[in-house]
Design a binder for this molecule. Structure first.
Ligand SMILES: Cc1cc2nc3c(=O)[nH]c(=O)nc-3n(C[C@H](O)[C@H](O)[C@H](O)COP(=O)(O)OP(=O)(O)OC[C@H]3O[C@@H](n4cnc5c(N)ncnc54)[C@H](O)[C@@H]3O)c2cc1C
Ligand SMILES: *[C@@H]1O[C@H](CO)[C@@H](O)[C@H](O)[C@H]1NC(C)=O
Ligand SMILES: *[C@@H]1O[C@H](CO)[C@@H](O)[C@H](O)[C@H]1NC(C)=O
Length: 492
């Protein structure tokens, strides 16, 4: 008889505490949340993922004789970067020398520009960016602020380079500054980004362009699951992931401590859990928040979803038989394009406007035969809709124009398509003017929804919900850990 009693007590003890968690999305934030939860004894964890692969905006693919990244590529920073901290003692990072090696400036008529002059100008541009990053007293857009400061600098006797400088050159300088910012922050226009809110974000310190060499960003998942550096510590997360499971509704209308949220998928299946962590992009939230959540989300959160920025950036990788970009002895990192009006018009006439969003063609660490282009601006949709043949043709048109000679055809090309993919609808978040005006921000995006007992039921993680480093992979990790910790501490 006593045995039966003990068994009953044990059963009721384990039955009493339902610690089930469903994580929506297997990007770096969802994966990090799962790792932290499982490590803390939460066994009932399921990750539902709409795509047929783990990783989200980390998408490492085989290309040439290694792996390249269509999404996140660099570990941006070393100090205060949680990814760098968990990996660098066990992984020897490479680097793209964007700071160390000066860019090569070319005009679209095939003439090499005065390198000394453009390097000086581009250094001044960069110093203005850095200065703006430190000042959060401006109101207005990043673009307006940049132009205001540049205006002051060009009139200032301490910068003699601007004396007698052709107005056209100053125009080109502004254009290239915007092109760079648009690409870096995934903007259509630099007038869309708030100067004040962007200055409030942090940047991790140290080298900003640490590379995973030929192995790609996917390597980070082995560190998050602790397979690396010590396989005996491995937390099995992959077996918790269900692929091709697109979530269409989350009913979080839980009445009491015993009821659960109900998650419905596109294939008709449904799941129940005590806690739901939602990690899909802000782009997905913008388009689908009304149908995704029952009841509808709180007003302030909806306002933040509608107004906070979510932009699009793109990438092209070209592999050649051999490099044509390194002239003897000259260190090379990137071509920066200085477009002349006639050639901009030609780009427009041939549906190549997307090319005007490319800030540079640059080398790829450990792939000596490869060039990569990064682009932002308003024409990412045209870029993604163009066929692969057209992309190659457009790139070669531009490269031949700027280099002023005919070039060998690339032997392979691959490129990203983040904006047209329904599971992303863009690339990463940015602090918008609209959000500054509405007075809402990351806090509202990140806020959890609790039941009447104060237990978190619906939690939000993902790159856009991290107040310090939004946009970045390390923000993804931090946000996943934050959501997991919130659930864990609700049981303590
Ligand atoms: C082109 C590009 C370049 C970048 N470069 C860098 C870089 O160099 N360094 C850096 O640190 N960061 C970079 N980033 C940003 C970085 O990739 C992201 O910040 C980070 O990967 C986001 O992770 P996440 O988990 O928040 O979101 P995601 O990776 O988007 O994860 C969310 C997951 O949810 C899934 N999902 C969506 N909808 C549903 C649904 N209805 N049901 C189920 N699942 C769903 C998605 O498929 C996805 O897997 C770059 C991003 C892009 C696009
Ligand atoms: C190309 O354009 C630049 C900038 O306008 C000019 O200085 C240069 O002379 C031009 N070269 C040719 C060959 O026309
Ligand atoms: C000119 O630039 C110098 C150096 O940045 C700065 O100290 C000075 O205040 C500027 N002068 C004006 C009039 O803006």
């Amino acid at each position: 008889m006593w045995r039966v009693t003990i068994i009953l007590v044990l059963v009721s003890l384990t039955m009493a505490v339902d610690k089930s968690v469903i994580i929506i999305g297997s990007g770096i934030s969802g994966y990090s949340a799962a790792s932290r939860l499982i490590e803390n004894g939460f066994d009932d964890v399921i990750i539902l993922e709409a795509e047929d692969r783990i990783g989200g905006r980390i998408n490492t693919i085989p290309f040439s004789d290694g792996f390249i990244d269509l999404g996140a590529q660099w570990v941006h920073g070393q100090v205060n970067n949680i990814i760098y901290e968990m990996t660098h003692e066990h992984f020897e990072f490479g680097s793209t020398p964007f700071v160390e090696v000066p860019f090569t400036f070319l005009f679209s008529n095939g003439t090499k520009a005065d390198q000394e002059l453009f390097r000086t100008i581009s250094k001044i541009n960069f110093d203005i960016f850095l200065a703006l990053d430190e000042t959060d007293t401006f109101t207005g857009s990043f673009g307006e602020m940049f132009l205001e400061v540049l205006g002051e600098v060009t009139m200032n006797d301490s910068f003699p380079v601007f004396k007698d400088l052709d107005l056209k050159i100053i125009e080109t300088m502004k254009e290239n500054a915007e092109r760079f910012i648009n690409g870096y922050c995934a903007l259509k226009s630099w007038f869309d980004m708030s100067a004040k809110l962007s200055a409030q974000e942090d940047e991790a310190g140290g080298n900003l362009h640490n590379t995973w060499k030929k192995q790609g960003f996917k390597t980070v998942f082995d560190f998050i699951s602790k397979k690396l550096p010590d396989p005996s510590q491995h937390i099995d997360i992959d077996s918790k992931v269900q692929l091709n499971k697109k979530v269409t509704n989350i009913n979080y209308n839980v009445i009491d401590a015993n009821s659960k949220a109900v998650i419905t998928c596109e294939d008709g299946s449904s799941y129940e859990a005590k806690h739901v962590i939602f990690t899909p992009s802000l782009g997905v939230l913008k388009k689908y928040h009304e149908s995704l959540f029952t009841p509808t989300l709180p007003e302030q959160k909806v306002l933040a979803i509608k107004t906070w920025g979510f932009g699009a950036a793109g990438k092209v990788f070209l592999e050649f038989d051999e490099p044509f970009w390194s002239e003897e002895g000259e260190p090379f990192v990137a071509y920066e394009f200085l477009w002349l009006d006639a050639d901009k018009d030609e780009a427009k006439a041939y549906n190549r406007e997307w090319m005007l969003g490319i800030s540079a063609f640059y080398i790829v660490d450990e792939f000596p035969n490869m060039l990569e282009a990064y682009l932002g601006g308003p024409k990412i949709n045209q870029f993604e809709a163009s066929s692969d043949e057209k992309i190659i043709e457009d790139c070669m048109w531009a490269l031949e124009k700027f280099l002023g000679k005919s070039l060998p055809k690339p032997k392979a090309m691959t490129r990203s398509k983040w904006l047209s993919n329904e599971n992303f609808l863009g690339s990463y978040s940015y602090p918008s003017m609209d959000a500054e005006r509405a007075g809402v921000g990351i806090k509202e995006l990140a806020e959890s929804i609790n039941n009447d007992n104060g237990e978190p039921i619906l939690l939000f993680a993902g790159e856009a919900t991290d107040e310090k480093y939004p946009g970045n992979t390390h923000a993804g990790v931090r946000s996943g850990f934050r959501a997991a910790d919130e659930i864990i501490s609700s049981y303590q």
